[in-house]
Design a protein around this ligand. Sequence first.
Ligand code: MAN
Ligand code: CA
Ligand code: CA
Length: 197
Amino acid sequence: MDRDKGLEARERVNSCSVIPCGIPGSNDLPGRDGKEGPKGEKGNQEMDLKTHISDLQAQLKALKALSSKTQKVLLYPSGMIIGEKIFKTDGSEGNFEISQAACSRSGGLLASPRNSEENSAIQQIAERQNKRPFLGINDRLTEGTFMYLSGEAIRYTNWSTREPNDSGGEKDCVEVYSDGKWNDKSCEKKCLIMCEY
Ligand code: MAN
Ligand code: CA
Ligand code: CA
């Protein structure tokens, strides 16, 4: 318990061969601490951060690839993801009103293709069901002017030859044939319910 302070200090001197420390003072007590050493180099920290960021970027890339693959698997065969849009059917059928309500109830819209890639996705899903879907497009407001449900006029079209023909003066909705081409058709007929989200 009552160890000699001087002995203790001498021991410390002996243990300071690698890491130098102060020698005992004249009173045999330890001297004051030395001054703070110079600051370490900054370069290494910056390199560490750069390495860390590129590690994270690689992890993010791998996660994105896995997520996109998982989405495809989970959606097959009743849905497809195109960019930020998901097309999906539950396989059931309904007239235009029923189809629109079903999509809206599930938080989506009737499938409304804006380009050939989206139209092709709708076609492929419908083919797997062996049914024709309605699109979220009609000319009920102004005969001959087909619009999206939002009221926006359509730009992209994929009409079958001699369509739209408004045959019988009552064809205001749009169905997709198995080849992806469009036909204007009675909104009262039943079609595959295909939504987009
Ligand atoms: C049926 C309907 C029409 C369509 C013709 C094409 O009569 O589906 O909408 O234009 O077939 O022959
Ligand atoms: Ca019409
Ligand atoms: Ca037609």
